[in-house]
Design a protein around this ligand. Structure first.
Ligand code: SAM
Length: 166
């Protein structure tokens, strides 16, 4: 489902429930070359164009230290997505799959995640490669890539022992 209100053969929409809401705030805005969903890559590539993540005040101070990481995880709100499909037809060929088995932008909470390569930080702007979202997409969070962040555990007695063969 790429076009805003398109329903493809065999896709299933539900009535969007009136449910408790999470209190997200947008902490910035993502600037990319893409203004049309059809032109966006389906997944970002780390050799893709350099994109600018603009951080809003008062969150710029929270960037302190981020330049130490080569890779960041970016979480964003795919704001132009419909949210009511439970079955989707990615190939538009009549075959459908459940929304949670897809990385489609159409989901009840349209959160996109992407691992990107950090190029540079300038004031409140973070320049990265690897994004796949529309120009103007709202930013939810930025965090170091999990692997880069995981602290190295202190060595424990027995770490050097070779495990017996089964
Ligand atoms: N990398 C993210 C993920 O895996 O969670 C997003 C993947 S999603 C398949 C990427 C597609 O979402 C793009 O090709 C484009 O069609 C669509 N898209 C990008 N930005 C969007 C936005 N702000 N609102 C709605 N759809 C968007």
């Amino acid at each position: 489902m790429v076009r805003r209100n398109e329903i493809r053969e065999n896709e299933v929409a539900v009535e969007f429930p009136d449910a408790p809401v999470a209190n997200f705030i947008f902490i910035g805005r993502i600037h990319t070359p893409w203004t049309d969903r059809l032109a966006c890559p389906r997944q970002g590539r780390q050799d893709g164009p350099v994109c600018r993540i603009e951080i809003f005040e008062p969150w710029i101070a929270a960037l302190d230290g981020i330049e130490k990481y080569q890779h960041l995880e970016v979480l964003y709100w795919l704001h132009e997505s419909r949210r009511d499909l439970v079955k989707q037809s990615p190939a538009n060929d009549g075959s459908v799959r459940g929304t949670f088995s897809l990385r489609s932008p159409v989901r009840p909470n349209p959160i996109g995640t992407q691992l990107v390569r950090l190029v540079k930080v300038e004031g409140g702007n973070v320049f990265v490669q690897g994004l796949d979202c529309l120009d103007g997409t709202p930013l939810l969070d930025l965090k170091p890539d999990r692997c880069a962040f995981t602290p190295i555990a202190p060595r424990q007695p027995g770490d050097d022992e070779v495990a017996p063969k089964a």
